[in-house]
Design a binder for this molecule. Structure first.
Ligand code: ZN
Length: 406
């Protein structure tokens, strides 16, 4: 579903400018509060739109002047009339974009990274009216749909710090709230792994990332900040939305790269050993009178799936070295860059550049000193593995090309 909740923005209710620019976060929860203000008929907003805007302004003033906060402490306010208003500046756009704005509602750093919804009233025993309840469901479902927060992660303020908030009655209704939000989202809502999650699936994720050369910290089944960083790097690397959330699209790529390299195709009936090169020319692997040309090298910007690389390697075994040379001269404007290959023992500016790129991509080549040592070799091996390439720790034309891709 889309973001359907109608939320009155800070502009629309006449908020004061914040003392600081908002800071975006990756939310994990939705945190439910009550304002602990009077219930109808003495409710501060009187159930009206004008009253809702006035209430939003007075809460902001109380939070900024009274508590010295940079802005309203909450991210959203839901009044007795069912009016939804943005709290801290930037919150509405942030959740629409899948993020949140760091706020001050939860009494804990972790909680403040997630959107907090203040519900006008005191819900210790008093029960929320239907209008206000429906708005709460609508807002929670909207936030879940854009941020991919699981409805299971709709929690009460008291789950984050010692407080009665959001009142015993409202707290007792959280299972119903989760259930109604789940229904609103429908069955299409995908299972998303995110920071804070634990279990065997997280461990599997960490194992794959680690095997691909991304540092996740301990492989303990606990999705912490280190795992998020690794996921973000992995996503950037594979051109995915780098949101640190592991949903279906990211899983698909994770599963693809974690598959063992398939054997070369053998269903053509053609023998695949390099010795049986057709054409009667020098077979690969024998003492060729010239530098051996690798078919892969001619694909200057080739970067694809392991089985495709395997296929090219197989194809190469079917062609004579002379044909390869001819092919290579035709398709390559110049011979392999003279500084290649880079390998352990190599020194120079290209090594330094490779080290810098490796670091940017999340690998650890040691200091960018232009000296190709054991650490740089390990990083190259990890990088090559992450690309499904032959992990030999040597930067040839293909590895160099792939390294230099965005
Ligand atoms: Zn609270």
């Amino acid at each position: 579903m889309a973001f359907t909740a109608s939320v009155i923005s800070t502009n629309e209710w006449g908020a004061k400018a914040p003392k600081q620019w908002p800071q975006q976060t990756r939310p994990q929860y939705i945190i439910i509060h009550h304002t602990a203000t009077p219930n109808p008929p003495n409710d501060l907003s009187r159930g009206t739109l004008t009253g809702a805007k006035t209430l939003a302004r007075s809460i902001q003033t109380a939070h900024m002047n009274g508590f010295g906060w940079i802005d309203s402490g909450h991210n959203f306010l839901n009044t007795t009339g069912g009016y939804l208003l943005e709290g801290r500046h930037g919150s509405l756009n942030a959740v629409k974009g899948g993020r949140s704005i760091r706020s001050s509602h939860a009494g804990s750093n972790k909680g403040n990274e997630s959107p907090g919804i203040e519900n006008e009233g005191t819900f210790t025993t008093y029960q929320m009216n239907a209008k206000q309840w429906d708005s709460l469901v609508d807002l929670c479902a909207s936030i879940c749909s854009t941020t991919k927060i699981s409805p299971d992660n709709i929690l009460g303020h008291r789950d984050f710090s010692p407080t009665q908030c959001p009142g015993d009655w409202l707290y007792s209704q959280l299972p119903r709230l989760r259930q109604e939000v789940r229904q609103r989202l429908g069955t299409s809502f995908p299972a998303i792994l995110r920071e804070g999650d634990t279990g065997p699936r997280v461990k599997e994720l960490q194992q794959i990332l680690s095997a691909q050369g991304f540092k996740v910290g301990p492989i303990d089944g606990i999705f912490g900040a280190g795992t998020t960083d690794a996921v973000v790097l992995f996503q950037k690397f594979h051109g995915l939305d780098a949101d640190g959330l592991v949903g279906p699209a990211t899983w698909k790529v994770l599963e693809r790269v974690s598959q063992p390299t398939p054997p070369p195709p053998t269903d053509t009936g053609t023998p695949t050993t390099p010795e049986t090169t057709p054409g009667g020319s020098t077979p690969l692997g024998s003492q060729a009178p010239f530098t051996q040309v690798q078919l892969l090298d001619t694909y200057k910007y080739y970067r694809e799936l392991p089985h495709q690389i395997q296929a090219i390697q197989w194809l190469q075994g079917q062609v004579s070295q002379a044909t390869l040379v001819e092919f290579s001269q035709k398709w390559r404007n110049q011979p392999t860059d003279p500084f290649l290959p880079l390998q352990e023992g190599s020194v120079g500016p290209e090594v330094k550049k490779a080290q810098e790129i490796l670091r940017q991509k999340g690998f650890d080549p040691g200091p960018a000193d232009g000296i190709y040592g054991a650490k740089t070799k390990s990083a190259i091996i990890a990088f090559q593995r992450s690309q499904g390439m032959t992990a030999d720790g040597i930067v040839g034309a293909v590895t160099w090309s792939v390294l230099n891709l965005a």
